[in-house]
Design a binder for this molecule. Structure first.
Ligand code: ASP
Length: 510
C-alpha cells in the first residue's frame, strides 16, 4: 500500500520534530574542560540551547563572547579561562549575527565547539537545503512556462484584465480581513502587558536596520515591475519583474497571433509539460526534505522554539488559526463553493512544505502542482494567481506584522490610539505586499511599520528568537490564502467560460 504524499510529509515532519526535540534535550549541552590549544589561539566554548559562550585568546588578548539570551546576569565563566571577570563580554543575539559580524569566531565555534545536537541539526540543514535548492532550481522556468501558457491560453486580453482585477480584489480583501483578525486578537490577549518572564529585559539594539519610507517601498515595487533587463531579472529570480515581463510577452503573443503565436504556444506548452514533470519528481522528495528541515530547527532550538514568549506566540497563533480555519474556509465554501476540507487535503503537500521551509517562493512549484493536479484548478488560473500571490498576497505576514508591532507597543507601555492602530493596519498591508516570499522577510519589513508609529526598531530584537516558528506558521497561511484565491477566481472564470467563449487568436480589444 502506498501512503499518500501528504501523509508521508506529515509523518516526516512529526518524526523530524520528535527526533530533534529528543536530541536537543539529550545532547544539547557541550562544555569541554580546559581550552583547546589551536595553532595561534586558545579556544573554549560552551553550547546550550539558549546560550553559547565562547572564550578566545590570541597573543595575550582575551575575548569573551555571549550568543543568545543575555538577560539573566549569572553568566558563569570557568576560572581557568584566560582573561578575568573584568573582561567585558561581547553580546550577539544569534549565531547568524555572530557569523556575519565575526566570521572567525563563528568558524572556531563551528569546527570546535558545537554540541552533538547542534552538529546533527546543522548537518540536517545541509541536507534540507538541498531539497530547497531543487525547488528553487525549477521555480523560475516553471513560473515563466506556466504563466505564459496561462496568459496565452486566456486568448483574450479582456479576460486577462478581468482576472487581474478579481485577483487583486481577493488579495486586498483577505489581507485586510487577516489584519482585522490580528488587531482584534492582540487587543484581546494583550500579550505585551504584564509579566513576560526572563525575556522581558530589553536586549540592546540588535537589528538596527535602515527603515525605508512607505513611498520608497511602493516605488521600488513599481520599478521591479519594469525590469531594465528581463534576462537579468530571470537570472536573479526577481519574481515581480519576471511576472510583469511574462504577462507583457504573453499579451503581445496574443496580439500578434497567427503562426508566430502558434509557434510560441507550441513551445510554451512543451516547456511547461517538461517543467511540470521535473517538479513532480522533486516533489516526491518532499518527505525527506521536510524531515531534515524540521530536525534542523528542533535539534538546534529545542522545544524552546515553541515555548518562549508564550503569550505573544499564542496571540499570533490564535489569530492565524482564526484566519486559516474560519475566514478562508468560509470564503472557500461561500464564494468558491468548494469543500474547505477536501481543498485543504489537496493542498496539504504545499502547506506542509510552506510550514517547514518558511518560504512561499520556495514552495511555489509545489503550490502550483497541487492546485492544478490535486485541486483540479485550471492552469490558466493557477499560473496567474499563484506566482503573483507568492510575492504580493501575504495574509499571514500582514496579520503577524500587526500583532508583533502592537506587542512591541504594549511592551513599551504604549496604548496605541485607534488612529495609530489604523496606521499600523495600513502599513502592515503594504509591508506584506512588499515582503519577499523568503524566510524572515516579514521581520525585515517590520521596521517600516515601527517607524511609521514611532516605536523603537531595535525592539525587534525581542521577537527574533521566536520568529522562525511564527514564520513557518505565517508562511503556511500565506500559501493557503493564495491557494484559496485560485479556487475563488476559478469559480468566476468557469462561469465566464460558459457564457463567453474565447475568440480567435490575434483578435483583441485591450
Ligand atoms: N516567510 C514568509 C513567506 O515566505 C514571509 C515572511 O517572512 O513573513 O511567505
Amino acid at each position: 500500500m502506498r501512503v499518500a504524499l501528504h501523509w508521508q510529509i506529515l509523518i516526516a515532519m512529526f518524526l523530524g520534530t520528535i527526533i530533534g526535540i529528543v536530541l536537543n534535550v539529550g545532547a544539547s549541552s557541550y562544555s569541554p574542560g580546559p581550552p583547546l590549544e589551536l595553532k595561534n589561539a586558545r579556544f573554549w566554548s560552551s553550547d546550550s540551547p539558549d546560550r553559547v559562550l565562547l572564550s578566545i585568546s590570541e597573543n595575550k588578548e582575551a575575548r569573551r563572547i555571549v550568543v543568545g539570551d543575555k538577560s539573566d546576569g549569572d553568566i558563569r565563566w570557568p576560572a581557568h579561562l584566560p582573561g578575568s571577570d573584568e573582561t567585558e563580554p561581547e553580546f550577539y543575539p544569534t549565531l547568524a549575527v555572530l557569523q556575519k559580524s565575526d566570521p572567525t569566531a563563528f568558524k572556531l565555534f563551528y569546527h570546535h565547539g558545537r554540541s552533538t545536537a547542534r552538529w546533527i541539526g546543522d548537518t540536517a540543514k545541509l541536507i534540507g537545503d538541498l531539497f530547497l535548492r531543487m525547488l528553487k532550481m525549477v521555480s523560475v522556468p516553471l513560473i515563466i512556462a506556466s504563466l505564459l501558457s496561462g496568459v496565452t491560453g486566456l486568448g483574450h486580453a479582456d479576460r486577462l484584465g478581468k482576472m487581474f482585477g478579481r485577483t487583486l480584489l481577493y488579495y486586498v480583501t483577505t489581507s485586510m480581513l487577516a489584519i482585522m483578525t490580528g488587531l482584534l486578537m492582540v487587543n484581546f490577549v494583550r500579550p505585551g502587558v504584564g509579566n513576560l518572564g526572563p525575556v522581558a529585559a530589553k536586549p540592546q539594539a540588535a537589528v538596527a536596520q535602515e527603515a525605508q519610507s512607505l513611498g520608497e517601498v511602493l516605488y521600488e515595487q513599481l520599478l521591479n515591475m519594469i525590469p531594465t533587463n528581463p534576462f537579468a531579472s530571470a537570472a536573479n529570480g526577481d519574481f515581480l519583474s519576471i511576472i510583469a515581463f511574462t504577462i507583457f510577452f504573453g499579451v503581445c503573443t496574443i496580439l500578434v497571433g497567427g503562426t508566430a503565436a502558434d509557434r510560441i504556444n507550441e513551445f510554451v506548452e512543451a516547456l511547461f509539460a517538461v517543467m511540470m514533470k521535473l517538479t513532480t519528481l522533486i516533489i516526491n522528495l518532499a518527505p525527506i526534505g521536510v524531515f531534515f528541515l524540521m530536525l534542523a530547527v528542533t535539534a538546534t532550538q529545542g522545544v524552546g522554539i515553541f515555548g518562549t514568549l508564550g503569550w505573544y506566540m499564542l496571540a499570533v497563533a490564535l489569530a492565524l488559526g482564526v484566519h486559516a480555519l474560519i475566514t478562508l474556509p468560509l470564503i472557500l465554501r461561500l464564494v468558491a463553493k468548494r469543500s474547505p476540507w477536501k481543498y485543504a487535503q489537496a493542498m496539504s503537500p504545499a502547506l506542509l512544505t510552506a510550514f517547514s521551509s518558511a518560504s512561499s517562493n520556495g514552495t511555489l512549484p509545489l503550490t502550483l502542482t497541487c492546485v492544478e493536479e490535486r485541486a483540479k484548478v485550471s492552469n490558466r488560473v493557477g499560473s496567474f494567481v499563484l506566482p503573483l500571490g507568492a510575492t504580493v498576497n501575504m495574509d499571514g505576514t500582514a496579520l503577524y506584522e500587526v500583532v508583533a508591532v502592537l506587542f512591541i507597543a504594549q511592551f513599551n507601555g504604549l496604548d496605541l490610539s485607534m488612529a495609530d492602530q489604523l496606521i499600523v493596519a495600513f502599513t502592515a498591508l503594504l509591508a506584506s505586499i512588499g515582503a519577499a516570499g523568503i524566510p524572515h522577510a516579514g521581520l525585515v519589513m517590520m521596521a517600516i511599520i515601527l517607524q511609521a508609529v514611532g516605536l523603537p526598531t531595535e525592539d525587534q530584537a525581542l521577537i527574533i528568537a521566536v520568529d522562525r516558528v511564527l514564520d513557518m506558521a505565517r508562511t503556511a497561511v500565506n500559501v493557503w490564502s493564495d491557494s484559496c484565491g485560485c479556487a475563488v477566481i476559478a469559480r468566476f472564470e468557469s462561469e465566464g467560460d460558459a457564457t463567453s467563449q474565447v475568440p480567435i487568436e490575434g483578435e483583441l480589444n485591450i
